[in-house]
Structures are given as C-alpha cells and as structure tokens.
Design a binder for this molecule. Structure first.
Ligand code: ADP
Length: 163
C-alpha cells in the first residue's frame, strides 16, 4: 500500500517487541514513521534524545522507516504527515482495554484516521519497556530482549549512575 503509517509510543527504550511490529508494518506500508512522544504522562528513564538515537540505531536497516518526536495529539501529527493509519501492537493479556479506549478516542477526534492493530510476536508477548528497565537496573541480562545498541546503552547508563 502506498500509504504512510504512524507507529506512536514512548519507546523508553525500544525493545525487540517494538522492532518486530515496525518491521512487519514496514512491509505493508510504503513509509512508516515511528513517532516518539516527547513528554509522556509518565516519567521516562531515557531522555528524548536517547530514545530517538536508540530507535534510529536499531532501525537503520529499514529504509522506509523514519523516527520523529511528537507533542500533542497523535491524530494531529498523523494528519500533518498525511498518514491515515496508526499502528499499535497488542500483547495477549495486557493491552486490549487501554488500546480499545484510545482507538475509540482517536476515532472521535478524527474519523479519517484508522488504528490498525498487530498482534505481538509470540516471543514478545510478555516483553515491555518497563520490565526491561527494571531487570536491567537490577543487573539482570536483557540482551535477548532489546537491540544490541539498546543493551549497550543500558549497561553504560547503569555503570555511570553507579559511579
Ligand atoms: P505507550 O507508552 O504508548 O504504550 P510503548 O512504547 O510502551 O508506548 O508502546 C508502543 C506500542 O508498542 C504500543 O502499541 C504497545 O502496545 C506496543 N508494544 C509494547 N511492547 C510490545 C511488545 N513486546 N510486542 C508488541 N508490541 C508492543
């Protein structure tokens, strides 16, 4: 489809679950913009620049994927980029209610924009950025859950915080 799709999120940090979703979306849409929320309601562990740099390094091999920060309503960002589609990932147990609510709200705000859900890959059903941060901050090995660039950065950050 020659369309732009937006994949919005906090990406604090990007995980292999996110990479799986964006890779699959990049095969379906001519252009995918991974939109990183600048100031989410929740406090982030990584700065906006760190979240952008790590997403860029992790997705450099996907030529039709771009990374951009956004503020405000995602439907407005989508409209500004002529993107009629929002992509969201769904894990088996944790995401449905919140995602259902958000998609209804976005539909009310702008009926022209459709939310498309992709089921999380089997290996990533129980993977979340918050779990990655928690395990990594306790010294656990998250190398199989995140891109190698993210793994190295989390190790670096942890060691520097300890100093
Ligand atoms: P948000 O704060 O908007 O939920 P996240 O960065 O946590 O942002 O997630 C962005 C999107 O990726 C959401 O649709 C979320 O459900 C999805 N997602 C998160 N983790 C995974 C995963 N392991 N597999 C597939 N999709 C995921």
């Amino acid at each position: 489809m020659s369309q732009t799709a937006i994949y919005p999120g906090t990406f604090d940090p990007i995980t292999l679950g996110h990479v799986d979703i964006v890779t699959r979306a990049s095969r379906l849409y001519s252009r995918v913009i991974l939109a990183i929320v600048r100031s989410p309601n929740k406090q982030t562990y990584l700065t906006l620049d760190e979240r952008i740099d790590l997403a860029q390094a992790s997705l450099a091999h996907l030529k039709n994927v771009e990374i951009e920060p956004f503020d405000g309503l995602i439907v407005n960002f989508a409209q500004q980029h002529q993107a009629p589609v929002l992509i969201r990932g769904l894990r088996a147990t944790s995401d449905f209610e919140y995602e259902f609510m958000m998609s209804q709200m976005n539909k009310m705000l702008n009926p022209q924009i459709e939310t498309m859900f992709m089921m999380a890959g089997l290996d990533y059903q129980f993977l979340s950025s918050s779990l990655v941060k928690e395990v990594s901050s306790l010294g656990g090995d998250v190398s199989r859950l995140v891109p190698s660039e993210v793994f190295r950065h989390l190790e670096f950050k942890l060691n520097n915080l300890e100093d």
